[in-house]
Design a protein around this ligand. Sequence first.
Ligand SMILES: *[C@@H]1O[C@H](CO)[C@@H](O)[C@H](O)[C@H]1NC(C)=O
Ligand SMILES: *[C@@H]1O[C@H](CO)[C@@H](O)[C@H](O)[C@H]1NC(C)=O
Length: 328
Amino acid sequence: MRRDKSRGKVTARTVHIEMRCRWEYLILAVLLLAVLAQMTEAAQANRARRRLRNGNVRKLATNRSQAVAKTARSRQAVRRGTSVAKKTSPSKASKTATPAKIQSKIVGGTTTTISTAPYLVQVRRGTSLCGGSLISTLWVLSAGHCVKGQTASSFLVRGGTTTLDGSDGVVRSVVFTAVAPRFTTTKMNMDASLLKLNETMTGTNIATISMGSFVPKAGSRVRIAGWGLTSEGGSTSRTLRATQITVVRQRVCSQDYGRLATITKYMFCARGKKKDSCSGDSGGAVTRDSTLLGIVSFGYGCARSGYPGVYTAVARIRTWANRIMSNN
Ligand SMILES: *[C@@H]1O[C@H](CO)[C@@H](O)[C@H](O)[C@H]1NC(C)=O
Ligand SMILES: *[C@@H]1O[C@H](CO)[C@@H](O)[C@H](O)[C@H]1NC(C)=O
């Protein structure tokens, strides 16, 4: 009897607990519903915001694709604008160097001597100027857009020179060129080229640099150097300039460029406060310690806050470069 009673009590308590549980479930369910409703609202608001952002990007994108399309043309103009003769008339130079275009592009640097970058060479074609890096005594690594569509014999490579005029350097002609297979001027993907010299380049302040096997991490510092424009639409530098910039997270750079450019795995981005590469620096070296990590490729304008410079990741084109060098 007693046992039964107690059992009954127990049962009753159990039922009570079960009921309380169901109430709790109910309350929980209601709360969940409320949270869900809130989340849906937030998601909708977010979507609206995202749509808005997309809308902005799309607007920019139209201009951007135009800019990119134009770039192929204007870049050449810009590069031609970065002529050696040009520096005699800076006003003309600033007219020729079109503003706010994708530019193969050192802004905000300090003058230095070639002894601080003995691997850096000038790659010249007529009055146009690009940079390059001696990755062996016979081979120069430069940008694809500096070489594509041009004959090897139209280039002259000058090494061991601090000055733009290069009177102090060693000159070599080019006997063979190769452009990275995926490079196109519209996408600027895999912006790399190789130039084979007619004979080995050696001498005072001339040295080779080895290609890095890693893409520099976001937040890390790299060095850029060149004789390119010292401001957007400005004139080329009579002496070599160099500066330090910081690598930008890939995703951030992709967002910065939106549809203006697709930031691929063959690229990395880097920026500095009012520091950047600019026209005439294309093809030049991005280094850390004595390793070549990047090739100056492009950017929207020069040193514009929203647009970091874009560089070809040497680690990603290394296999291609090694193959070309061993086969030619
Ligand atoms: C896009 O270009 C047009 C003219 O071509 C200009 O009016 C407009 O402000 C530009 N939009 C953006 C977002 O740059
Ligand atoms: C290589 O090219 C340079 C520049 O054109 C020239 O001065 C030099 O004599 C050439 N060397 C050979 C071995 O042809």
